[in-house]
Design a protein around this ligand. Structure first.
Ligand SMILES: NC(=O)c1ccc[n+]([C@@H]2O[C@H](COP(=O)([O-])OP(=O)(O)OC[C@H]3O[C@@H](n4cnc5c(N)ncnc54)[C@H](O)[C@@H]3O)[C@@H](O)[C@H]2O)c1
Length: 339
């Protein structure tokens, strides 16, 4: 346990790094001391006002005497990065998805396990008070049905529309809700997945923009998932159905409704004024997830993070199984086991 502020570095200084940096400004137990981005103007935007150093890349970050690193790279740039950080005995918070190939992710996971560092993944909704309440209400009931929905806009980065760089809409974006389906439903055994490109402008776009999937959970429960990434506004939600229970969790803004053992459930997360984006209730989970990581890293307690890197690898294995089914014309595909 350290009682001084954690010395943090940031690798990648784009959109999500900006959100994390502004939330870090509210957490006195950590200070941002170094930033690296291949676009040095972006690194300076993040670093200068915080008196953090701008450095050339991961090697230099690892020679700054950091306690922890937040990895905010696009998926195509992540291979081997987590293993290098763990091998340097630095705690890490890796944005989702945790890679594009299961082999690379397992290599990273192996290094994390051997080093014993605190390793989190950016599945921030695992830190949502709403999700905690839903899990408490579910208790030991077996889940019968889980329905996940992502209806959203395509994110702005150019790399996102190139499936070879982002992994596609499900691996890159839908993964948040797929991760929650795993959280509530447990391990998945088999999946199917079909998708099409028919809403986004085809020029420069190689991701499926509408998709539908099914999941068979090892517990015997079943799940379905629908995705569209070509509208504004939209919905990120999950429905959990078990004996005498139906919970509907919506994440933009965070709210839960439903019933449990005959009683109506209604819960709306209040916006918290000092976290980013200000006044937006969904932002509470970004803050909570980061705060948990900092507490876990200061205590050197890998089990205290909101979403572990290992859970991120398991979710990647599931999303890649969907992609395998898509490539096989929607056939049923087994999900690779992560030991
Ligand atoms: N948890 C969440 O809710 C959430 C939200 C947004 C993004 N993300 C994830 O965060 C990651 C980044 O997304 P973003 O929207 O911030 O992307 P972005 O394109 O805005 O930022 C990525 C940054 O990484 C830099 N970069 C690329 N390759 C690099 C390299 N090799 N070394 C150093 N810097 C490099 C780019 O110059 C850019 O500034 C993605 O994996 C995305 O899925 C997570």
């Amino acid at each position: 346990m350290t009682d001084r502020a954690l010395r943090l570095g940031m690798l990648g200084a784009g959109t999500i790094a900006g959100i994390h940096a502004r939330n870090l400004d509210q957490i006195p137990e950590a200070e941002l001391v170094a930033v690296a981005d291949i676009d040095s103007a972006r690194a300076h935007d993040l670093a200068d006002s915080r008196k953090a150093a701008v450095v050339s890349g991961l090697d230099e970050l690892l020679s700054c005497g950091l306690d922890a690193l937040i990895v905010c790279l696009p998926p195509f740039a992540t291979a081997g990065v987590v293993a290098r950080i763990a091998n340097a005995d630095v705690h890490l918070y890796a944005e989702k998805p945790v890679g594009l190939s299961i082999e690379a992710a397992l290599h990273d996971l192996d290094a994390v396990r051997k080093s014993g560092v605190v390793a989190a993944s950016g599945y921030m909704w695992r830190s949502s008070p709403l999700v905690h309440r839903a899990r408490t209400l579910l208790g030991s009931r077996a889940v019968g049905l889980i329905q996940g929905t992502v209806i959203t806009a395509a994110p702005p980065p150019v790399w996102w529309r190139d499936k070879s760089l982002s992994g596609g809409a499900l691996v890159e974006s839908g993964t948040h809700i797929i991760d929650l389906m795993r959280l509530f439903g447990g391990d998945a055994r088999r999946v199917t997945y079909v998708g099409a490109r028919n809403l986004l402008e085809p020029a420069g776009c190689a991701v499926e923009d509408v998709a539908a999937a099914t999941i068979e959970f090892a517990s015997g429960g079943v799940g379905s998932f629908g995705l569209s990434c070509a509208t504004h506004g939209g919905r990120w939600s999950i429905d959990v159905v078990a004996r005498d229970l139906h919970l509907h969790l919506n994440f933009f803004p965070e709210a839960m409704s439903g019933h449990c053992d005959g009683s109506a459930i209604s819960h709306i997360a209040e916006p918290i004024s000092n976290i980013v984006p200000h006044g937006f209730s969904g932002a509470a989970s970004w803050y909570a997830s980061l705060r948990k990581f900092i507490t876990a890293a200061r205590a050197a307690d890998p089990g205290a993070v909101g979403a572990s890197f290992e859970e991120g690898v398991r979710t990647l294995a599931l999303t890649l199984a969907f992609e395998k089914s898509l490539a096989a014309g929607g056939m049923r595909v087994d999900v690779a086991r992560v030991g």
